[in-house]
Design a protein around this ligand. Structure first.
Ligand SMILES: C[S@@+](CC[C@H](N)C(=O)[O-])C[C@H]1O[C@@H](n2cnc3c(N)ncnc32)[C@H](O)[C@@H]1O
Length: 283
């Protein structure tokens, strides 16, 4: 649920093209994903953790959905391999139809997708495992999250790194709705609505809505119930599962208090309304 800066344009606009049938994954990609940037960032984290990046690295993208990230990963070099796993056949089929064909045949052969549950299915061995867009927050009980983290630990090659993104701050402890206006693929608004927050369980219900210009708002296109795990809870659990070290990558701040899009390894963060951080746990 990363934010993107809307593109302002002063150019004279041509008559708008007729809208294509609504494609929820295309609008999701344009609202919350930046696969090429995210995969380059994962590689930077690996380098920062290990001090060196070998010529080829194997990524496993857990909760891969349409596996747009895996398709970007294999573009990093001819020895880069990606394994994706997701339990829902629908986004996997979408990725096979829309993203895989965009890759050259040679790169396509390095993308391996499994339909399965990260808690049950065999997990491919890898150098880097990633759980992005807060998907591990589907696991709302500590024992279940521990089972997942232990499986990730066991699936990593010696020295391998596990990266997860985490969001938090007081903003996520109450109901709210946030709108972002975007221009691609057609002018539209992305809405992230937080319907609830339960202070006893730390569970929060989120909905993603979209509104294309000239159309009614499409409500609840995606919905998730997440546990809002705190960074130290996650760090302690990862260490308990055997990881040697856990580092937090925290975003720098501009003069106006907004994030600057640069994450670096930090021991302490500053108090802010909402934040997005990355944890890197090394085996
Ligand atoms: C929020 S989407 C994230 C998609 C993608 N990782 C991204 O960065 O946008 C969550 C995905 O996790 C999948 N998922 C949920 N529980 C899962 C589980 N236990 N094992 C595998 N996939 C799961 C869902 O099917 C869904 O596609």
């Amino acid at each position: 649920m990363k934010k993107k800066t809307p593109v302002a344009s002063t150019a004279k606009k041509a008559a708008p093209a007729p809208l294509q049938p609504f494609d929820k994954y295309l609008y999701y990609l344009n609202s919350v994903q930046s696969p090429d940037e995210n995969m380059a960032f994962l590689r930077t984290i690996y380098l920062d953790q290990r001090g060196v990046v070998p010529p080829g690295l194997t990524l496993r993208e857990d909760f891969c959905g349409t596996f747009a990230n895996s398709c970007s990963w294999v573009k990093l070099g001819p020895s880069y391999v990606a394994h994706g796993i997701d339990l829902d056949p629908e986004p996997i089929a979408y990725g096979r139809e829309h993203y895989l064909p965009e890759l050259p045949a040679e790169a396509r052969a390095r993308v391996h997708i499994t339909e399965g549950d990260v808690l049950e299915s065999p997990l491919a061995k890898c150098d880097l495992a990633a759980a992005l867009n807060f998907s591990f927050c589907f696991f709302r009980e500590r024992a279940v999250l521990k089972r997942y983290f232990t499986r990730v630990f066991e699936s990593l090659n010696e020295g391998g790194v596990f990266v997860l993104d985490v969001m938090g701050g007081p903003f996520y402890q109450e109901t709210n709705e946030h709108e972002l206006e975007l221009d691609e693929p057609t002018p539209f608004s992305y809405f992230l609505e937080q319907e609830s927050f339960d202070p006893i369980t730390c569970e929060a219900r989120f909905h993603i809505h979209f509104k294309r210009k000239g159309e009614p708002k499409r409500k609840k296109v995606f919905s998730y119930t997440f546990r809002m795990w705190a960074l130290p809870e996650l760090r302690d659990l990862l260490l308990e599962c055997g990881f040697k070290s856990v580092d937090c990558y925290w975003e720098g701040t501009l003069d106006d208090g907004e994030g600057n899009g640069i994450w670096s390894r930090m021991k302490h963060g500053e108090d802010c309304d909402s934040w997005l951080a990355y944890l890197a746990a090394t085996r």
